[in-house]
Design a protein around this ligand. Structure first.
Ligand SMILES: Cc1ncc(COP(=O)(O)O)c(C=O)c1O
Ligand SMILES: N[C@@H](CCCC[NH3+])C(=O)O
Length: 441
């Protein structure tokens, strides 16, 4: 059994996280419940930052809040000295409401609305990561109109195909994200931005994908970027002060995954940038920014479910159903993502029976785990699904009018509720009843 972070199994077979008994958590807050091991998040955040400090490279580590977004996680990010990547007005609003310093917020997105741009400008965020030429024009026009200046990074697609699921690839030429470097789009945008009186081009951004297990994709992307940076330096005298190399560092969901340590990815990036800088003797080493999401919060999150009905199809499969499913974790259905789990109240019993964990939504594809060995579960047992901290709660939906789970942070033997469970009343909050409660027949 692979335990993450501060997880421990007590003598009575109960799983504890952050020194808190998960059975107690389930009793107090109900299930499904998202539990975050905040000590592990802090450890990851410090781990990334320590590499930069050790290598003496100016940096920003921006938490990609799309991985899990709520006020408390943003406050934790702020406590740990991280910056923040937001991709929508909603994420930006949450960040500001949490008291996150606007100057450390970077605004992403391939279709920022005019309203979102104005909101971000008013809030005096650190920078916009400009995704395409249309956005560049819109941002410049709004800045001119409102007589404001802003810093930008240009997001470019280096044409790298990282080895990961197709849906989470982002650095290849045929991508909805970023300005293509190969076909001259990026150079055109750069020239336009450099001519602007209201935009300050801090540097270049690139993100090649997510759940990546090797450093080669990152180093290749850096090499490609530097080829173009060399051209831009020569032709227009532009050299970036910031290189944002994105996130995408893979984590271990099951024994099939073989990630490197978060620090290894960053060290490889720094080494490659330093090597490339040897060709630019007159130029200053750029600041390196990264944007980890999954690798900061992924393995720090666990979902607790209560086991309900079971269905045995002799010779075929044994289904055990839990009180959540694709409504709180869409990843198995969307990416065929695999997860590991244990019985959190009987973790010291032998896991010898093969079964499948089904959700309770009205979809055959609503399966959380297709094959897992567990001790024979009883109704009411507690199932802990590991590594659900990234893109679980943040991609949750109200399909079948399921209510979104509560979220608790645990650390040093204490639990804190940070997102309340949705109620049935919450679900109808935005409904507008039919004006006349009768239909023409
Ligand atoms: C631009 C950008 N930055 C950062 C991330 C975070 O990626 P990950 O959660 O894989 O670290 C993403 C998501 O893939 C992204 O699109
Ligand atoms: N949501 C995806 C990752 C997308 C990353 C954002 N660009 C996942 O669960 O793996």
């Amino acid at each position: 059994m692979h335990l993450y972070g501060t997880m421990k199994i007590e003598e009575n077979g109960h799983l504890t996280i952050g020194g808190v008994n998960t059975s107690d958590l389930a009793k107090e807050y109900g299930t499904p419940l998202y539990v975050y091991d905040t000590a592990l998040i802090r450890e990851r955040a410090r781990g990334f930052q320590n590499v930069f400090k050790k290598e003496n490279v100016p940096y920003q580590v921006a938490y990609a809040s799309k991985a899990f977004s709520c006020m408390a996680i943003m406050q934790l990010a702020e406590e740990e000295g991280l910056s923040l990547d937001v991709v929508s007005g909603g994420e930006l609003y949450t960040a500001l409401a949490s008291g996150f310093p606007p100057e450390r917020i970077h605004f992403h997105g391939n279709n920022k609305s005019e309203e979102e741009i104005r909101f971000a400008l008013r809030s005096k965020i650190g920078c916009f990561v400009v995704d395409n030429e249309d956005e560049l024009t819109l941002l410049e026009d709004i800045c001119q109109e409102t007589q404001q200046e802003t810093a930008i990074l240009l997001r470019v697609t280096p044409g790298i195909e990282a080895h990961t699921h197709d849906y989470i690839l982002t650095g290849q030429e045929d991508s909805k994200f970023g300005l293509d470097v190969q076909n001259g789009q990026a150079a055109r945008a750069l020239k336009k931005a450099l001519n602007s009186e209201v935009l300050e081009v801090l540097g270049i951004h690139c993100h090649i994908g997510s759940q990546i297990f090797e450093t080669a994709g990152f180093t290749m992307a850096i090499q490609t970027l530097f080829r173009f940076i060399g051209e831009w330096d020569e032709k227009i005298g532009y050299f970036p002060a910031v290189l944002n190399l994105g996130g995408g560092f893979g984590i271990r969901y099951t024994e099939e995954d073989t990630p490197l340590s978060p620090e290894t990815y960053v060290k490889a990036m720094i080494d490659e940038v330093k090597e490339q800088m040897a060709n630019f003797s007159g130029r200053q080493m750029p600041e390196i920014w990264i944007e980890p999401g999954r690798s900061l919060v992924g393995d720090a999150g666990t979902t607790l479910y209560t086991i309900g009905t079971q269905k045995d199809i002799p010779g075929v499969r044994r289904y055990i159903a839990v009180d959540g499913g694709m409504s709180d974790n869409i990843r198995p259905a969307l990416y065929q993502a695999k997860y590991d789990a244990i019985l959190a109240n009987r973790a010291n019993e032998e896991a010898s029976q093969l079964m499948s964990v089904a959700g309770k939504c009205c979809e055959s594809g609503d399966m959380l785990i297709w094959d897992i060995l567990l001790p024979s579960p009883q109704k009411g047992d507690l199932l802990a699904v590991f590594c659900t901290g990234a893109y679980g709660y943040s991609m949750a939906s109200n399909y079948n009018r399921m209510t979104k789970p509560a979220v608790v942070f645990v650390e040093n033997g204490e639990a804190q509720l940070v997102v309340r469970r949705e109620s049935y009343e919450d679900l109808s909050l935005h409904d507008v009843p039919l004006r006349k409660h009768s239909m023409t027949r």
